[in-house]
Design a binder for this molecule. Structure first.
Ligand code: HGY
Ligand code: MN
Ligand code: MN
Length: 412
């Protein structure tokens, strides 16, 4: 069996059109473009004659039937970040659709059924939560999360879920939606979203672990005053205070580079109000996103950051409040699944390496209830979360062939 590279590429072009024309390749969760994508996926899977369902967590599932009573799962997500790319997440979904087509064409009849999953809202959503579908489906959520409000519509996640085919009454913290113990593994193909594979000219990456993702919101409260008549020593300037804390975050993360474990800290979202050129800022909201596979290093770095925030508030006469949004745990891949990926990559003559993922993925939540492993494919200049994100037809073909043959090996 071999994937049809043209067909896989054409699907990418088709779904790239199901995005917000005003900001290229944006397909935010819970939006009309996302609804179009879900409809396209449902119709495509039904067109293959496969049963399609939506689980209580709002995930869309298409199942390639096996003869036995055990399962293998495969999947990723189809929502994007604002002005995101054409490959992040969706390549993993289109790759399993293409694998199902190839299996059908080859008359492949597995013992284990293969469940293809489009997880709901993997990216940080307007509910201030990421990996919504995989958290909820694996029981990794709290009841408070269900009450989170959408930034714009003010609708609760509970209500939104029902509008996307989910059923909040069937979701319980700590309880998985996947049939207990019947799933023997989960595979996710994803673009690397970093520079390693391309710089080493490798075909695929075999992900041995996914870093934890820790997110905080900072709110810095100063006082709005006139930019011209307020002496420098009589201000409480929320932008100046924020800049000092943000600079400290970057320095602390830089110092961690020499400590060994993988560590990144990013301030990606900064909102200033009232945001006028001749007004001293009254308030700044900014986000903090930390990745590492070392919990102790995350704790120590957060402590150092909060200490700087305290000192800065003192020095600038501002008030700095922090709110923890979420903190996931590092997730290790299953050695047996990795060994299968490694064996199949060798058989397909794909150059490969084992590597960590600094990016978060649905696979991290799935790993709590079944063995997991991921396949990375290179992306141009290592770029992602931007409209210029790009993986070539050949790179997609190689990764999808590894996925196809690994699924065939695992479900036989
Ligand atoms: O943020 C991440 O790591 C992923 O792209 N959602
Ligand atoms: Mn992403
Ligand atoms: Mn992704």
């Amino acid at each position: 069996m071999k994937v049809n590279a043209d067909r896989l590429w054409d699907m990418h072009l088709q779904v790239a059109a199901l995005t917000d024309p005003a900001s290229p390749f944006t397909r935010r969760s819970f939006t009309p473009q996302y609804r179009e994508m879900r409809t396209w996926l449902r119709e495509t899977l039904i067109g293959l004659g496969l049963p399609v369902t939506v689980d209580a967590a709002g995930n869309l599932l298409g199942t390639y039937p096996g003869t036995g009573d055990r399962y293998i799962a495969v999947g990723s997500h189809t929502d994007t970040v604002p002005c995101g790319g054409r490959f992040d997440g969706v390549s993993g979904v289109l790759a399993f659709v293409e694998a199902f087509r190839c299996m059908q064409e080859a008359g492949f009849s597995p013992v284990k059924s293969i469940v293809g999953i489009d997880f709901l809202a993997e990216e940080p959503s307007e509910f201030r939560l990421s990996c919504i579908g995989s958290r909820l489906a694996t029981g990794n959520f709290t009841d408070e999360m269900m009450n989170l409000e959408h930034r714009q519509t003010k609708k609760s996640l509970r209500d939104a879920l029902a509008e996307w085919g989910g059923d909040p009454t069937k979701l319980f913290p700590g309880r998985s939606l996947f049939a207990d113990g019947k799933f023997d593994g989960f595979l996710e193909l994803h673009i690397e979203q970093g520079p390693i594979l391309e710089s080493r000219n490798l075909d695929v990456g075999l992900v041995e672990g996914i870093c934890s993702v820790t997110r905080y919101d900072f709110t810095v409260l100063g006082r709005a005053d006139h930019a011209g008549n307020t002496p420098m020593n009589m201000r409480s300037d929320a932008v100046v205070a924020s800049a000092r804390v943000i600079d400290a975050i970057s320095r602390i993360a830089g110092d961690n580079l020499s400590k060994g474990p993988y560590f990144t800290a990013t301030v990606g979202k900064v909102d200033v109000s009232p945001n006028g050129t001749n007004i001293i800022a009254e308030k700044v909201d900014f986000s903090l996103d930390i990745r590492s596979q070392d919990n102790a290093l995350v704790d120590a770095s957060l402590e150092a950051i909060f200490r700087v925030a305290e000192e800065t508030a003192e020095q600038t006469g501002t008030q700095i409040n922090t709110t923890r949004i979420s903190r996931s745990q590092p997730a290790m891949s299953d050695p047996a699944l990795l060994a299968v990926l490694e064996k199949v990559a060798g058989e397909l003559d794909l150059s490969h390496t084992r590597m960590l993922s600094g990016a978060g993925h649905d696979a991290a939540y799935v790993s709590k209830i079944m063995p997991m492993a991921m396949i990375f494919i290179p992306c141009r200049d290592g770029r992602s979360h931007t409209a210029s994100e790009f993986s070539s037809r050949e790179q997609l073909e190689k990764g999808a062939n590894l996925l196809l043959h690994s699924l065939a090996a695992l479900s036989a």
